[in-house]
Write a protein that binds this ligand. Structure first.
Ligand code: CA
Ligand code: CA
Length: 605
């Protein structure tokens, strides 16, 4: 299924890259001479040339200069299968290794932070370390409400600030939840573990395709006749399901990958029929495969490309992708963080002709790798957030980081003290641009087994300075960590003063708390004891009455409709078993899966 169009080894890729670039230079220079550019050059030609010979990125030739040779864009080759199939058997517990053939100590760059800590970093293109990087197609994300150009929830938490898991408004008069459909799904068994239903972060995607796009895709004739909102859900059983939001019926066949998905997929925010989704495991009942972040053409559900988590350049070998990426529409760039500790900037070179029913991508990947003086723990499970040209993410070592996407230089680092898998949320207010982050009780208590405080923090997003910190005592558990796994609900409109976190294992290995803090002061507004901890991110639902309602799910399998002003429940329904996944909502409909091996369509009334 995967277009494994090359079996060249890394070194052969390098040679090819160099030959290709040299060829491009020769062709460009010869054309330049033949056109007389070096004599009486037209304005802008030197800049145009430099874009052709730049090693860091390439741009399409502009149509206004017909004589300019069109550069042949070649997709980066994907790795060959491992020489030893056992190399696919990785463990998340294997420590990162910072030396070896791909360490490249000579090409290391260093930035020193406000606290005197340092971060070493490397930038790679075609397997080679670069001495620096400046893009010629600068990224600048816009306002979060402009992230998607079509209706729906197309990313984890909906936008580049990670603050919009719900689209539209709901008529909330009864203040009730009701299951209106269910879809049975399966499970996967791996070594010593069993993965039923849907997992963490596991948010479904809800897409209101434009009619012309719906017609261009392989959706069933019956569903093409509807003003369809399509539920797209990669789940543990290795399938990606496509359902009608209104009825739960399949809109087309599932895509079968055969390896589990835990994280959340991405639909191209330009409205292009492209699905991006990363595997959480590469094992299915003793069969091992690659650890891939898949890119599917949703016109016909074929796979166009994959990023490989098994990356020779990574310090950490674990190749999973729980993180959910972002797409910068203007520069045609896919941005994703990996559990191998790297950040991937993929220039997609997308060509989409809806009328002709043609879609292709030609991915070219630039990699960012780092190591800080805080810790040797690596791996990013949080989903990146973005403000303008700045990317924000936290990692297994507790490093909170701001990365300039246009230079791939770290802007600042902050020591968050422990593993942080909850996704950073951003806020742009009159007081400035800030972010919220929280950690787990994991690495710092690994030896003592003694509990510690989960630290909830607000930072200045431009400088990394601490604005406030709120601590919640938690117990320690090796596997089910205490602290924050869910991404917080950032209040807006009538609850714009509040941020709501769910914190796990606050007094025992089964319980937790729901906590509302004042965004400005970091002081407690209300808290609520939860008998069952919650990894599922709370979702605000905007009522037609102007009031904000909210839902959250827990490990006992319940979905709670609650008043975010007080934390009190308005209604509770059972989804059968642990709900690790985060719901998404579209007007009155909420969708989420649980360990009960079902996807649920839930109506709020
Ligand atoms: Ca982690
Ligand atoms: Ca952890």
């Amino acid at each position: 299924m995967r277009p494994r169009n090359s079996r060249r080894r890394q070194t052969r890729r390098l040679v090819l890259g160099v030959v290709f670039t040299l060829g491009l230079v020769i062709v460009t220079v010869m054309t330049a001479f033949s056109q007389g550019w070096f004599g009486v050059s037209a304005p802008g030609t030197s800049a145009h040339m430099s874009s052709h010979v730049s090693g860091s990125s390439q741009t399409d030739a502009t149509s206004s200069e017909a004589a300019t040779p069109t550069p042949v864009i070649v997709a980066d080759a994907t790795p060959p299968p491992p020489a030893n199939p056992d190399d696919l058997k990785m463990s998340w517990e294997t420590p990162a290794v910072f030396d070896g053939a791909n360490a490249f100590p000579e090409q290391k760059m260093t930035m020193t932070g406000l606290d005197g800590a340092s971060i070493n970093y490397w930038i790679f293109r075609l397997g080679l370390p670069l001495n620096g990087y400046t893009t010629d197609t600068p990224i600048s994300f816009g306002a979060p409400e402009d992230y998607t150009s079509i209706d729906g929830v197309l990313a984890f938490r909906g936008n580049n600030y990670r603050t919009a898991p719900a689209w539209g408004t709901a008529d909330v008069s009864q203040k009730k939840l009701q299951i209106v459909w269910t879809k049975d799904i399966g499970a996967v068994t791996s070594t010593d573990s069993y993965w039923p239903g849907t997992g963490w972060t596991g948010q479904p995607l809800l897409v209101h395709w434009p009619a012309s796009t719906r017609m261009a895709m392989n959706i069933s004739p019956e569903m093409k006749q509807k003003d369809l909102v399509e539920v797209i859900y990669p789940v543990f059983d290795g399938n990606i399901y496509f359902l009608d939001l209104a009825t739960g019926k399949e809109t087309r066949n599932p895509i079968t990958v055969g390896f589990p998905f835990k994280g959340t997929g991405v639909i191209d925010p330009r409205g292009y029929p492209i699905l991006y989704c990363g595997q959480g495991l590469n094992e299915n009942d003793g069969t091992y495969g690659e650890f891939n972040y898949h890119i599917f053409n949703l016109l016909d559900q074929t796979e166009m490309y994959a990023l490989y988590g098994r990356d020779d350049l990574a310090f950490r070998k674990w190749g999973a992708w729980d993180s959910s990426g972002l797409i910068d529409a203007k520069t045609d760039t896919f941005i994703e963080c990996a559990e191998n500790g790297m950040v991937y900037l993929t220039k997609l070179n997308t060509r989409y002709d809806e009328a002709a029913g043609k879609l292709s991508i030609t991915p070219q990947i630039t990699r960012y790798r780092y190591q800080t003086s805080y810790t040797n723990e690596l791996g990013i499970e949080s989903s990146p957030a973005a403000y303008k040209n700045f990317l924000y993410f936290s990692d297994n070592g507790g490093v909170v980081q701001c990365l300039d996407l246009n230079t791939l230089k770290p802007v600042w680092i902050f020591n968050g003290d422990d593993d942080s898998d909850c996704t950073i949320t951003l806020e742009d207010s009159a007081a400035g641009v800030s972010l919220y982050t929280a950690n787990e009780i994991d690495k710092r208590s690994a030896l003592t087994k003694v509990g510690a405080d989960c630290n909830i923090r607000k930072l200045n997003a431009l400088t990394g300075e601490l604005i406030w910190q709120y601590d919640v005592p938690c117990v320690y558990h090796f596997y089910l960590n205490g602290g924050a796994l869910a991404t917080p609900l950032v209040g807006q409109d009538d609850i714009s003063d509040l941020i709501i976190f769910n914190i796990c294992l606050t007094t025992s290995v089964s319980d937790g708390k729901l906590i509302a803090l004042d965004k400005v002061t970091g002081k407690l507004v209300w808290e609520r004891d939860l008998p069952a901890y919650s990894w599922s991110s709370p979702v605000p639902i905007k009522g037609d009455d102007g009031k904000t309602y909210a839902v959250f799910c827990d490990s006992a399998g319940n979905m709670h409709l609650f008043d975010p002003r007080t934390g009190k429940d308005l209604d509770v329904i059972s989804l059968g078993a642990n709900v690790e996944s985060s719901p998404a909502a579209y007007n009155n409909m909420i969708v989420v899966g649980s360990y009960a091996k079902k996807i649920f369509g839930i109506k709020i009334t």
